[in-house]
Design a binder for this molecule. Structure first.
Ligand code: FAD
Length: 358
């Protein structure tokens, strides 16, 4: 059995950033990722917080991973109250697969990398044992779960800390002539989460986060409402070229965030770090990866409680951000409160689309 000091499960933004920043002179490190081509179900919108983090690292994005069009406002559609407002938001529209490959390319060659799917993690006397699909066994002193919402590390080691989740469904359509707005959609009748429409290199992408029960029906119902209400061209949703689904974490004010225990640490979405209102998670993943690497580099990992204390303290602001978003949620997701906010026009951009003139 191959032995390492640190094994990172998952090479998304969280795992890659941790691997990039970890002092590999100090720790013999392996990163494992199970995806074949890193085609993640994601909007691929890089928030201002994520942009700030990249700027802090003095990192620039290669232009090949930028998608068209670039976005500077969000059209908010409230299907329950039949309201539309535009708000200024400076997201970068990127190709998510390209972004993940970019982050992976920054992992130093001193980190061993293997393609493999972690099936199970178990605690041993000296650390952790990781079983890959196919039977290969790996051993380590410290394990880092950066394996996203369906996190196997969290599920294997901390069964009582299960995360609540939505099912996210996305469909891709040839874009046609539709005005390429980024839209955020609320509809209390079909979802307690939000949905989105955006455009990427000639494709229209419609997606949303739904409660598990009846998710597919709710998804179809929303498409119908958007087309019937004239929010998209009537034939916009007629020929999907791709349908994809995955789980997305749903942290709550009362819990969900768990950063690990003993020699096991959780990063990014596996720790429950994601915005519960907009599902923006890349900035949370990058930041948590950085903070854990900082803890490992600063102290000896043998001092596990010191590492946990440092990591928890440094990611307290992420936890607070999730809590703030949970508090803000009723103003976005409660039909009446949302109507009041949107009707007031507060912070919205005053523009007239044909729909609003009616
Ligand atoms: C539909 C949807 C749209 C989203 N849109 C946006 C957006 O526009 N902007 C934004 O900022 N955030 C968005 N998010 C959230 C964002 O995608 C995540 O929060 C972010 O990717 C989390 O990064 P991570 O590194 O923690 O996990 P992930 O990016 O999920 O990476 C986990 C990695 O672990 C690997 N893995 C998983 N299980 C195993 C296993 N058992 N063995 C080995 N490897 C494994 C996976 O292959 C993956 O590479 C969206 C999420 C969804 C579901």
């Amino acid at each position: 059995m191959k032995e390492y000091d640190v094994i990172i499960v998952g090479a998304g933004p969280a795992g890659s950033n941790f691997a990039r920043l970890l002092d590999t002179q100090k720790y013999r490190t392996l990163i494992i990722d199970g995806s074949e081509d890193h085609d993640k179900v994601c909007g691929g919108l890089l928030s201002p917080d994520a942009q700030d983090i990249l700027a802090r690292y003095d990192l620039c994005l290669p232009k090949e991973i930028l998608a068209s069009p670039q976005l500077f406002s969000v059209r908010t559609i409230d299907l329950s109250n039949n309201l539309v407002r535009h708000y200024r938001r400076s997201y970068m529209n990127v190709d998510r697969k390209g972004l993940d490959s970019f982050f992976k390319s920054l992992i130093p060659p001193t980190v061993d990398k293997i393609h493999g799917r972690c099936k199970r993690v178990a605690k041993t006397d000296s650390g952790y044992e990781i079983e890959l699909v196919g039977g290969e066994m790996l051993g380590c002193k410290w394990v880092v779960g950066a394996d996203g919402a369906s996190g196997n590390v969290r599920m294997s080691l901390f069964k009582d800390k299960e995360l609540q989740k939505y099912v996210a469904i996305q469909q891709w359509f040839p874009a046609g002539e539709t005005n390429p707005y980024y839209s955020c959609i609320f509809d209390n009748e079909t979802s307690s989460g939000c949905s989105w429409i955006f455009f990427k290199d000639g494709m229209l992408i419609f997606g949303g986060a739904f409660d598990r029960k009846g998710c597919r029906e709710a998804f179809e119902e929303q498409k119908k409402k958007l087309a019937d209400g004239g929010f998209v061209d009537s034939n916009a949703f007629s020929d999907p070229v791709r349908t994809e689904a995955c789980l997305v974490s749903r942290p709550r004010l009362s819990g969900g965030i768990f950063r690990g225990k003993g020699g096991a640490f959780l990063l990014g979405e596996a720790a429950g770090f994601i915005s519960p209102s907009s599902f923006e998670g890349i900035s949370y993943a990058l930041f948590s990866g950085e903070m854990l690497a900082d803890a490992f580099n600063r102290y000896s990992a043998e001092k596990i409680s010191t590492i946990h204390r440092y990591y928890n303290r440094k990611t307290q602001k992420l936890k607070a951000k999730v809590a703030m978003r949970c508090i803000k949620r009723p103003f976005m997701y409660n039909k009446l409160l949302r109507k009041l906010v949107m009707k007031s026009g507060l912070t919205s951009i005053k523009i007239k689309t044909p729909k609003e003139k009616e």
